[in-house]
Design a protein around this ligand. Structure first.
Ligand SMILES: Cc1ncc(COP(=O)(O)O)c(C=O)c1O
Length: 430
């Protein structure tokens, strides 16, 4: 039995109809380097979606490989309650340094969904300590996505991915996304919810400026700024989910940096994916002194935050987090990508010939095909994915939205190749 046959026999893949694997088995990836993945025959594929939006500095970056090896010689893993270690401490210090100044405390977990769950639970528990036990609900955007656990699905939009699980969801309010409607209309909808329900609300959660799984929706910063003001006005927490947008992807270290920082001052920021440059699972929920101090008390007062995961703050992942941040500095990554993001903007112009809608933020581009042209049965995304592989690029459209979610290590030549091939594929289907 070869590897693909064994895979089919034993493995159940995520977001995959396994019956498809009978005819189109998953590619066996043997190695990776920089922005490319290589299969068993050494064919290359540009990792144009950064391995599910997490790779930042390219695969197998020598400094990250070194950090893993060095850390592994010292400490592989330890529990994080009653114990601590240097990589977690130093990474927390650095994360506090690079996030807005009011973020002072770091709570570790191990994936994007858990980073969000932690923020939701902390927010709810905060209000219970402030004699507001009725504040148990959340507001989120109707196209939002915050993960696949039951809690995060409850604050995500309901679609093909999760509609079957709806009976498990807790109640939450869905505000209209500023997409296909104006910012002011969306804000009115949000304000309406806050005005009528603030007594039962703990927090508003959203992805700042770029909503990934909802279809790479990019909305104006004015929405986030005004929404932040409304949260302050109605005294509810603001949780920004930077799981997918953090670590330079939008052109700034964090997407909230595109906004006026004196206005957008969230109570929680959730990060994961890029924190290890997409190498190892790690997540962080950062919060403020105000939240932290509410929990800080004598043990008998029962204010402990009872939440933790086995691999919380894994030392190797934290060492990789430190290496990831060092590469940002040493290689001047945020400045280096400026011409690449400009090249991307320019390169996208030619797609307008194809009658598609185009949007871009930093290293992320979305090309939205006319959905009227396709039905669910057409499986347009699946066909585009297959066509992309033939052109050495990885395209996994979200519905009718073809997108590029590019690693920050990309060169001008890499990008030219990717844009040419993407254009060729999109042209076949637009
Ligand atoms: C904005 C956002 N939040 C949370 C998550 C969940 O992260 P994970 O898949 O690591 O649980 C994702 C995953 O894509 C995401 O895009």
């Amino acid at each position: 039995m070869n590897l693909q046959e064994k895979d089919f026999k034993y493995v159940w893949h995520p977001y995959t109809q396994m019956k498809d694997c009978e005819t189109n088995p998953p590619l066996v990836i043997k190695r990776a380097e920089g922005a490319k993945l290589f299969d068993e025959e050494d064919n290359f594929y540009y990792d144009t979606i950064s391995s599910w939006w997490c790779n930042i500095h390219g695969h197998n970056h020598p400094k990250i490989v070194k950090a893993i090896n060095e850390q592994l010689k010292k400490l592989d893993h330890t529990l994080f309650a009653g114990f601590t270690h240097e990589p977690a401490i130093l990474l927390a210090e650095k994360l506090v340094e690079i996030t807005p100044p009011h973020f002072t405390k770091v709570f570790y977990s191990d994936n994007g969904s858990t980073a969000v769950e932690v923020a939701l639970k902390m927010s709810l528990q905060y209000w219970s300590f402030h004699d507001k036990p009725k504040r148990t609900k959340f507001v989120s955007l109707d196209y939002g996505y915050h993960g696949d656990t039951v809690g995060t699905m409850s604050v995500s939009g309901v679609d093909l991915f999760n509609e079957v699980f709806q009976p498990l969801f807790f109640d939450s309010f869905k505000a209209k996304t500023p997409y296909n409607i104006s910012v002011s209309e969306a804000l009115l909808d949000l304000e309406d919810i806050l005005k009528n329900h603030h007594d039962e609300l703990a927090a508003f959660i959203l992805e700042p400026l770029l909503m990934g799984a909802g279809g790479m929706i990019i909305y104006p910063k004015e929405y986030l700024e005004k929404a932040a003001e409304l949260c302050k006005q109605y005294n509810i927490h603001l949780i920004v989910d930077e799981v997918a947008t953090g670590f330079g992807r939008t052109g700034k270290m964090f997407a909230i940096e595109h906004c006026d920082q004196t206005i957008v001052q969230p109570d929680f920021i959730c990060i994961s994916k890029g924190v290890t440059s997409g190498t190892l699972p790690l997540a962080v929920t950062l919060t403020t002194d105000a939240i932290y101090e509410t929990f800080y008390d004598d043990y008998e007062n029962k204010k402990t935050f009872y939440h933790g995961h086995t691999y919380t703050a894994n030392p190797i992942a934290c060492a990789v987090g430190l290496a990831t941040l060092k590469i940002f500095k040493d290689e001047d990554v945020l400045n280096k990508i400026i011409p690449i993001t400009e090249q991307l903007a320019k390169g996208l112009e030619r797609f307008s010939d194809l009658g598609v809608a185009i949007r871009q933020l930093g290293m992320v581009a979305a090309i939205e095909l006319d959905c009227q042209k396709f039905s669910f049965k057409d499986r347009i995304g699946y066909h585009i994915y297959q066509a992309g592989l033939k052109e050495n690029i990885i395209l996994r459209p979200l519905g009718n939205v073809v997108y590029l979610y590019l690693p920050l290590c990309l060169t001008a030549d890499d990008l030219e190749f990717i844009l040419d091939k993407t254009y060729k594929v999109v042209k076949q289907y637009a």
